[in-house]
Design a protein around this ligand. Structure first.
Ligand SMILES: [Zn+2]
Length: 182
């Protein structure tokens, strides 16, 4: 995949529409995530499959974005993998001719996002980027319950060896174990 794969000149979108099926290179995803200081790395390549339909100067983009992200659990550092499979539904307007968006940045229609393009070329880069950032977990933690995850964290900490200063197997302490406090 070259960076230009996500840029489609307007005149390539004919009456029959334009189908785009492209991989998203791991290196591109890595750079994109780093730029945003996201706590994730890509887990392999991604994929974008969309159809572009043109109505006058407005281009409707519909399809799916698939990316797999990985990050260590925020508590126990076990590696986590998130498979994102996201619907894309965006109307792209020529810059300066976009309608007014609602406070959430979406048009009045249900879930239809709005974006703009310049120079008679539709660039899907920001759409892909925004979609990933909107959907990635804010605080990646593993599916273990809190206690197991904390135990894992303790095990991870034990990998740093520390000198054990407690005497083991001292018979005087062993005797105390049999005393019941009630
Ligand atoms: Zn965990």
């Amino acid at each position: 995949m070259s960076a230009s794969a996500l840029k489609i000149p307007l005149d390539q979108i004919g009456l029959e529409g334009f189908d785009l099926d492209t991989g998203l290179a791991r290196s591109w995803l890595t750079d994109t995530l780093r730029e945003a200081r996201a706590p994730f790395e890509p887990h392999g390549d991604g994929k974008l499959v969309v159809r572009l339909d043109r109505m006058g100067d407005v281009v409707h983009v519909r399809g799916r974005l698939r990316v797999s992200l990985t990050a260590p659990c925020g508590r126990c550092l076990e590696p986590l993998v998130y498979d994102l499979d996201l619907p894309i539904q965006v109307a792209m307007f020529p810059h300066g001719h976009e309608p007014e968006a609602g406070p959430d940045g979406e048009l009045d229609d249900d879930d239809l996002g709005a974006a703009t393009y310049d120079d008679k070329e539709v660039d899907l880069t920001n759409i892909v980027r925004d979609e990933i950032f909107l959907e990635m977990p804010v605080n990646p933690v593993c599916g273990l319950n809190l206690e197991d995850c904390a135990n894992q964290a303790a095990i991870a900490a034990l990998k740093t060896p520390e000198v054990d200063i407690q005497p083991k197997g001292d018979p005087r302490w062993a005797a105390l174990k049999n005393i019941k406090l009630s």
